[in-house]
Design a binder for this molecule. Structure first.
Ligand code: T46
Length: 136
């Protein structure tokens, strides 16, 4: 798995479709390169709001906009990249060293996040100069 923000970490999830509609599966380590320890989702985001603006020490995450869309910017101190999550079958793998920001949330956006670690506020790097010190 390449760690550079310029390398695509988009995972195309399999869609099972029939006359009833669609079903998409994330099946643990068969789909993503970590064990899922935590699931959360971001929704009801007010117009113009930016979230994130941090990196992590350990946590890896998979982001899927299961409804609506949003944009994620990634910065690994060397390269920057922007990804639009606009399909329930399109997932973005976020590595700990991705400084990330989420924005352009549509009112119906539900951003599902699967995480490799339990919540720990000490795992966050919220200061950009500290981020560059750690990962630059
Ligand atoms: C990330 C991006 C993609 C908890 O108590 N437990 C949790 O598991 C989480 C994720 C959050 N919280 C609390 C901590 C804050 O009081 O929920 C509040 C909002 O969290 P935060 O401001 O960190 O939310 P975002 O949207 O900036 O970031 C979240 C994740 O925290 C983060 O890991 O990478 O989504």
């Amino acid at each position: 798995m390449n760690n550079n923000a310029n390398e695509s970490r988009i995972i195309q999830l399999t869609e099972f479709g029939d006359e009833r509609g669609l079903l998409t599966v994330v099946e643990g380590s068969n789909t993503i390169p970590f064990e899922i320890k935590r699931v959360f989702y971001i929704y009801g985001t007010a117009n113009g709001v930016n979230r994130g603006l941090h990196a992590h020490y350990k946590t890896r995450q998979l982001l899927v906009s299961v409804s609506g869309s949003c944009t994620i910017s990634l910065d690994d101190t060397k390269r920057k990249k922007e990804v639009v999550l606009d399909s329930p079958s399109k997932a973005l793998l976020l590595e700990p060293n991705d400084w990330h920001e989420m924005y352009n949330f549509t009112p119906d956006c539900v951003l599902l996040v699967l995480a490799s670690h339990l919540y720990d506020s000490e795992d966050y790097i919220r200061d950009y100069s500290k981020f560059v010190e750690v990962y630059g």
